[in-house]
Design a protein around this ligand. Structure first.
Ligand code: G16
Length: 545
C-alpha cells in the first residue's frame, strides 16, 4: 500500500532551498556538477530522490557522494549510488534533472509524485541512505542540505564523512550484501583497506618491491586514503612516496596536479621536476580529486626535459590488465572470455592492440555506460583513457574460477591469482587505490618496469582541447559520440578537414562535467597534430558563434 509523500514537510523545507534563478542543472556524465556555491538546492532535492530510490529498492542502502572529482576546487557536485554500488539507474536521471530544476515546492512535489507513480515506489518502505564527501570547502554546506532532505523524507541515514568516491560505492555494496553468498566485504572504511591489503599481500608474496612509486594525490581525499592504506600494507610489500597531499590550502585541489592535469597536458604535475629525488627511471602515478581515476607515467630521462615524460594512461592500464587476465584465464583452464570496453577517447593504437587479443566495445563517455557494457563479458575490463575504470567478473565467471579443479601446478597458481584479483579489484566503480595496487601486482608478477609495459604499442600523437561556447547543449552526438548530428553541417566540415591528414581522427562532444565542448584529435604525423586539433576547435567556435 502507498502512503502519500510528506508534502507539508517538503513545502516547509523547500523555503530554504529555492532554485537559483537563471540556471539549468543537468544530471549528466557524473551526476550534477557546477559551481559549489549554487548547489544547495540540488543537494536537498537529490536527497529526496535518493530516499525514494532506497524505498523503491525495498529499503536497501543507496548512497550520495558530494564531490566534483577532477574539477577545480570551486566546483562541486553530487552523484547518486545505487544499491549494488553502481551508478544510479539511468531511467531515474531525468527525474533528478526535473527535480533540481523545479521552480516551486508545488512543481517539485509534482515531479516526485510522478516518479512515485511511474516507478511504483512504495512509500511505506523505510529508506536508508549513506552520504559522503570530498575535501572541497563547499562540502559542509552541501552535506547539510543533503541531511535536511533526508530528514524531510524520514530516511535513516549514515554519515560516512570524508571518503573517496569509490569507498562510498564499496560501503553501499558491502552493506547490502552482508550475510549473503555475494558478501562483498566488511561494510566499514577499515574493511575496505583490509580487503584490498590482504588480496595485495597474497598477490605479491615473495616479490618484494624493487623501487618506490611516487603518488601525486591531487591535494585531495586520495592523500588521506593512501595514508590509511599504508597503515595496512607494510613497506616490505609496497614502497610509496606520497606527494601533493595538501588538503588544507585553499585552491590547491587538482591545481597543476592530479590525473586530469597530467593526462590532458601530457606532462608532470607542475613543479614536480624540481622535487628532490624525482629522477630518470622514476615510476609515478596521479589520482584525481576524489580518487576514482589514476594515470601512470615514468621518466625516460632528466625530469626537466619535456621529452622524458611518458604517459601510461587508462588505455595502457586496460591493455596491461586485459593481457594479464587473458593469460591467467588461459593458464587456469577456465572457460571464460575477457572483453574490453573503451570510449572514443581511446587512442587508436590501443584499440588496434586490444582488438588483436580480445573483443572490444566502444561506448559513450561516462563510467555508467562502460560499466554496463562490461557486464556483458565474463571478465569485462573497462577504462576511459583518462584513467577511470575497473574490471568486472560476472557471477558465473567467479563461480567457475572458484569451482575449477586445476590440471597442473601452473593452473593452480593462475586460479589462486584470479581469486585474489577478484578481491583486489573494486568492482563497483573505478578506484585509484585499487587500480594502483592492480598495476603494481601485474608489474611485479611480470617483473616489468614501466618501459617494458609501455612497449606494448606506441600511442598515436593526440590532443584534447576545450572550447568555451555559449550553449554546449546545441552539440548533439551519435555513434558513441564519434559523430555530431547537431549543429547541422559541422560533422561534414570536420570529416573534410580530417581527410587531409594521415591516419587522423577527431571528434567533438559537449562535456557532461564542465561548461565546455571537448575536441579530441589524433594524427599519424606528430607535426600535424596541432594544426588538426586547432582547425577542428576553430570550426566548433565558428559554428557556435
Ligand atoms: C567524470 C566521469 C567520467 C568522464 C569525466 C569527463 O569523471 O565520471 O566518466 O570521463 O567526468 O567527462 P566529460 O568529458 O563529460 O566532462 P570525474 O572523475 O570527474 O568524475
Amino acid at each position: 500500500h502507498t502512503e502519500g509523500l510528506p508534502t507539508m514537510l517538503i513545502e516547509e523545507a523547500y523555503k530554504e532551498y529555492p532554485k537559483p534563478e537563471g540556471i539549468k542543472f543537468t544530471y549528466g556524465t557524473a551526476g550534477i556538477r557546477t559551481k559549489g556555491d549554487i548547489l544547495q538546492s540540488s543537494c536537498f532535492r537529490m536527497a529526496l530522490i535518493s530516499a525514494l530510490r532506497s524505498k523503491k529498492l525495498g529499503g536497501k542502502m543507496v548512497g550520495v557522494m558530494v564531490t566534483a572529482s577532477h574539477n577545480l576546487e570551486e566546483d562541486n557536485g553530487i552523484k547518486a549510488i545505487d544499491s549494488r554500488g553502481e551508478m544510479l539507474e539511468s531511467s531515474w536521471e531525468p527525474y533528478c534533472t526535473e527535480a533540481v530544476n523545479a521552480n516551486s515546492a508545488k512543481e517539485l512535489i509534482a515531479v516526485l509524485d510522478q516518479l512515485v507513480k511511474t516507478c511504483k515506489v512504495d512509500l511505506s518502505v523505510p529508506a536508508l541512505v549513506i552520504y559522503g564527501h570530498d575535501t572541497r570547502p563547499t562540502c559542509p554546506m552541501l552535506v547539510k542540505a543533503v541531511v535536511e532532505g533526508l530528514a524531510t523524507m524520514g530516511a535513516t541515514v549514515i554519515d560516512a564523512g570524508l571518503k573517496t568516491t569509490p569507498q562510498l560505492h564499496y560501503l553501499v555494496r558491502a552493506h547490502n550484501t552482508q550475510g549473503t553468498p555475494d558478501a562483498y566485504g566488511e561494510p566499514t572504511e577499515m574493511g575496505y583497506y583490509d580487503k584490498l591489503s590482504k588480496a595485495f599481500a597474497k598477490l605479491v608474496a615473495g616479490k618484494p618491491p624493487k623501487t618506490t612509486l611516487v603518488v601525486d594525490c591531487a591535494n585531495g581525499v586520495g592523500a588521506y586514503a593512501l595514508m590509511q592504506l599504508q597503515q595496512h600494507i607494510p613497506e616490505s610489500l609496497l614502497k610509496v612516496r606520497a606527494l601533493r597531499t595538501d588538503i588544507k590550502t585553499r585552491g590547491a585541489l587538482n591545481d597543476g596536479c592530479g590525473a586530469d592535469y597530467v593526462k590532458t597536458n601530457q606532462r608532470l604535475p607542475l613543479g614536480l621536476e624540481k622535487e628532490k629525488g624525482i629522477e630518470a627511471g622514476q615510476r609515478l602515478c596521479s589520482y584525481d580529486g576524489d580518487a576514482d581515476r589514476i594515470v601512470y607515467y615514468y621518466l625516460r630521462g632528466p625530469p626537466q626535459q619535456k621529452e622524458s615524460f611518458r604517459l601510461l594512461d587508462g588505455d595502457k592500464i586496460a591493455s596491461l590488465a586485459a593481457d594479464h587476465l587473458n593469460d591467467l584465464v588461459k593458464r587456469a583452464g577456465v572457460a571464460i572470455e575477457v572483453g574490453c570496453v573503451q570510449t572514443a577517447y581511446a587512442n587508436g593504437s590501443s584499440t588496434k592492440y586490444l582488438e588483436q587479443r580480445v573483443p572490444v566495445t566502444c561506448t559513450p563517455t561516462g563510467v555508467k555506460h562502460l560499466h554496463h557494457a562490461a557486464e556483458r563479458y565474463d571478465v569485462g575490463v573497462y577504462f576511459e583513457a583518462n584513467g577511470h575504470g575497473t574490471i568486472l567478473f560476472s557471477s558465473e565467471a567467479q563461480q567457475k574460477i572458484h569451482e575449477t579443479s586445476p590440471s597442473s601446478p601452473a593452473a593452480e597458481d593462475a586460479l589462486e591469482q584470479l581469486k585474489s584479483l577478484i578481491d583486489l579489484i573494486n568492482q563497483t566503480v573505478g578506484d585509484a587505490l585499487s587500480d594502483m595496487l592492480l598495476v603494481e601486482v601485474i608489474l611485479r608478477t611480470k617483473d616489468w618496469d614501466c618501459q617494458e609495459w609501455d612497449s606494448a604499442y606506441e600511442d598515436l600523437p593526440n590532443k584534447l582541447l576545450k572550447v568555451n561556447v555559449k550553449d554546449r547543449f546545441m552539440f548533439v552526438t551519435e555513434d558513441a559520440e564519434r559523430k555530431l548530428v547537431k549543429p547541422e553541417g559541422l560533422q561534414a566540415k570536420i570529416d573534410e578537414l580530417v581527410a587531409k591528414y594521415k591516419d587522423a581522427r577527431s571528434f567533438v562532444r559537449p562535456s557532461g562535467t564542465e561548461d565546455c565542448v571537448r575536441v579530441y584529435a589524433e594524427a599519424g604525423v606528430a607535426g600535424e597534430l596541432n594544426s588538426l586539433a586547432n582547425g577542428v576547435a576553430k570550426l566548433v567556435a565558428d559554428f557556435a558563434a
